[in-house]
Design a protein around this ligand. Sequence first.
Ligand code: NAD
Length: 455
Amino acid sequence: MDIINPATEELVATVPDSTREDVDAAVKRAAAAQRGWAALAPGDRARHLRRFADAVDTHLEELARLEVREAGHPVGNARWEAGNARDLLEYAAGGVERLTGAQIPVAGGLNVTFHEPLGVVAVIAPWNFPMPIAAWGLAPALAAGNAVLLKPAETTPLTALRLAELALEAGLPEGLFQVLPGAGPVAGDALVEHPGVAKVVFTGSTAVGKRIMAKCAAGVKRVTLELGGKSPNIVFADADVERAAAAAPGSFLDNTGQDCCARSRILVQRSVYDRFMELLEPAVTSFTVGDPADPATQMGPLISAAHRERVRSYVPETAPAAIRGEAPAGKGFWYPATVLEGRPEDRTAVEEIFGPVAVVIPFEDEAEAVRIANATDYGLSGSIWTRDVSRAVRVSRAVTAGNLSVNSHSSVRYWTPFGGFGQSGLGRELGPGALSAFAETKNVFIAADPLTESS
Ligand code: NAD
């Protein structure tokens, strides 16, 4: 598989394409390694993960530069992504000794619960945040005593392969964490179908996620799905409209809009609509687009020529737009920041474009804002801008999405839970429950004989 720099179209590397036989051999190696790993004392497992985190930290800049070249992410973002992988490993390491069971009162003995590891876990990752999303599955799965097979996206396997090398250098047992670069329908499908894989953690498109869930059903295989989104950014007239407009570009242009949490539907109360659009225009056009290796760059290219065609199929660069930014000409898969004015039922307002495109829609009152916000099959994220605390509480409870922020666009912290409602996914990652998603609860009752004359 040729790995192409999306900013220059130059060949970065060539990577082997894993076959079904490769997957089968990897599952066998992983199963063997997992037995020893699960038997380690919790403190030793935690120590291994901390060493792995240290190795990532030592190679942070190298990993970030690799991300810049294979994914076209601005280097500032890429550094954050490598740091997020390190943080996840540290956070999960802190959970190993704290994965405690319960003692539940019963008569006639002792009842205790254990969190048993699942065995071999497959993590199938997308290209939009290759390192963080790999780490979201990898770190807690290892911490809970599992082995991990990571299949990165076809376009972005390089940071995953480097992470696996760093794991070995840090002393993790051979076979415990393996990376299988390859095609989704071959290596990915082989992992999903393999009877030796106990759980699949999939992040990607809703269409592929549904197929994976159906296949997992055959073996009652555990599955976590993190899928698409079409998240609303709701701006009420009582908000600090200047702040809301200044923050809006980052919420749909960050990562060139290739973000499942992108606030790509901007709902604005009609009485402040014109003012908001006036403020949004300079905020969008001043978003710095260009060389991802330059620390001043805020937005890079799209991931591939094919993906740019997909974005163009929604909005050609020549289509009328309320606001349009600049994009470099020449080599690279560039696409300009684009803001459309639309209606809730427009295709561009309902389907995930996964590019730097937002649709602005006016609303009259709170009830209408909530109705429009909830009028998609997705439910991943959303933002609410208001100075009214009661409204913030009411609307946060009424919007059907897994991750909401008020007067902010923050949605992902490794120590808070993340996941979607509806067709945005199934299960939660990150946060205090992260390790439990990679363990089965076992209940054990131990009978105690009553005291007799002879005892
Ligand atoms: P995709 O579904 O095409 O691919 C995701 C991964 O699945 C890749 O590794 C791919 O090789 C693999 N895959 C493809 N077909 C497969 C199959 N039949 N069996 C097994 N694996 C298969 O998605 P993408 O284009 O890589 O990513 C974009 C999508 O991911 C967007 O819809 C986005 O919203 C979503 N996403 C969601 C989150 C989240 O946390 N909810 C995060 C990032 C991306």
